[in-house]
Design a protein around this ligand. Structure first.
Ligand code: PEP
Ligand code: MN
Length: 359
């Protein structure tokens, strides 16, 4: 079966947004039960409780998870508070232990998705399971690797699939712990609209302040739910303390979420008109860009005949200045206009380069 034909039905059992909450790591029975109890007491709609039992850590000698004993605590959470349970599996041993303990939902972490051997091992250990298996995006921005992991699972007859967008690691320091790179997740979504996608704002933000905005953005573009790290005493957490929130803060976040309709039923007319206008402007933009490139070719020929370097810093400075000025005048983001003009300029240089070397 092709991944494109897959219709996962596991989401039918939940109302949307499907919320998964619980601590980054299971630390003790008391911590797990208190977190579960307090999530329940808020009455927020959280059907699934998460906890990491085995923790992938960047460096050795950190807290690497409590191991199989934590599976008993997940069971208690299920029995006492009626949650479905979820945990990360990173090898075949984890899979066998988690299946044995009847964990309801399993996920493959970002550090495992990058490794085809690991994904294959997990997929084979899970062969034929009905339990939902969620695949986090790989740490590096590689859509094919993400899709490949799902194909490996489907290859083992695992059909209840979903994905988790947890952001991508970068060397540059940004305001995010993991850059969301929305385009990659949206490309996934447009190729596989029937595979449910959840947001993991905790690992994208790495702090507490950005969680609500990232979650709302995900709902705005039609994600089906979120997985949010929630701890009874976040500051004392043994892993990812800075990004975990209390059950009460979680409930506030969920209460403020606005859900969006997946389709445009009811306002097709207005939507249609706006979309026609947008398409029309897009065609004009492309037409203008093509004219700009043709002029750029002429300049390239002049530069070649006169042996002038392609990149002229003074001219580039003039362009960035007027583009910036125009961005201010029109109320557009200066950062966006700068990015756009860099891309156009790069393409111009490419065009002139092919003229110079007579490609
Ligand atoms: C986690 O969810 O606790 C986790 C380890 O996340 P990731 O695989 O996204 O780093
Ligand atoms: Mn974590």
């Amino acid at each position: 079966m092709d991944l494109k034909e897959l219709k996962s039905s596991w989401t039918d059992a939940f109302s949307q947004p499907i919320m998964i909450a619980g601590p980054c790591s299971a630390e003790s029975e008391a911590q797990m039960l208190e977190t579960a109890r307090r999530i329940r007491e808020t009455q927020a709609n959280v059907p699934i409780f998460r906890a990491g039992i085995w923790k992938p850590r960047t460096k050795p000698n950190g807290f690497e998870g409590v191991g199989v004993i934590g599976l008993n605590w997940l069971k208690k959470v299920k029995e006492e508070y009626g949650f479905k349970t979820a945990t990360e599996v990173a090898n075949a041993h984890h899979v066998f232990a988690a299946l044995e303990a009847d964990v309801d939902i399993l996920w493959i972490g970002a550090r495992s998705t990058v490794n085809p051997f690991t994904v294959q091992e997990i997929a084979m250990a899970l062969r034929g399971t009905d339990k939902p298996v969620l695949v986090k995006n790989p740490v590096n921005p590689d859509l094919a690797l993400w899709i490949g992991a799902l194909e490996r699972l489907l290859g083992q007859d695992i059909k209840n699939l979903g994905v988790i967008h947890r952001g991508f690691s970068t060397y540059q320091k940004t305001k995010y712990r993991n850059n969301p790179n929305w385009q990659i997740a949206l490309d996934f979504k447009s190729q596989f609209p029937d595979i449910p996608m959840l947001i993991d704002p905790s690992h994208i933000c790495g702090n507490r302040t950005g969680l609500a905005d990232i979650t709302q953005e995900a709902m705005n573009v039609g994600y089906q739910g979120a997985i949010i790290e929630t701890h009874c005493s976040p500051d004392e957490a043994w892993s990812d303390a800075s990004q975990q929130i209390t059950p009460e803060v979680l409930a506030g976040l969920i209460g403020n979420l606005k859900m969006r309709n997946p389709g445009v039923e009811g306002f097709e007319g207005d939507m249609g008109r706006h979309r026609t206008l947008i398409s029309d402007i897009d065609f004009q933009l492309i037409e203008l860009l093509s004219q700009r490139m043709k002029i750029s070719e002429k300049i390239g020929k002049l530069k070649k005949e006169n042996d002038i370097a392609i990149f002229q810093p003074d001219r580039w400075k003039v362009i960035t200045e007027y583009a910036n000025q125009k961005a201010i005048e029109t109320g557009m983001s200066q950062e966006f206009i700068e990015k756009l003009f860099k891309a156009i300029h790069e393409e111009s240089i490419e065009v002139q380069n092919s003229i110079m070397i007579n490609r």
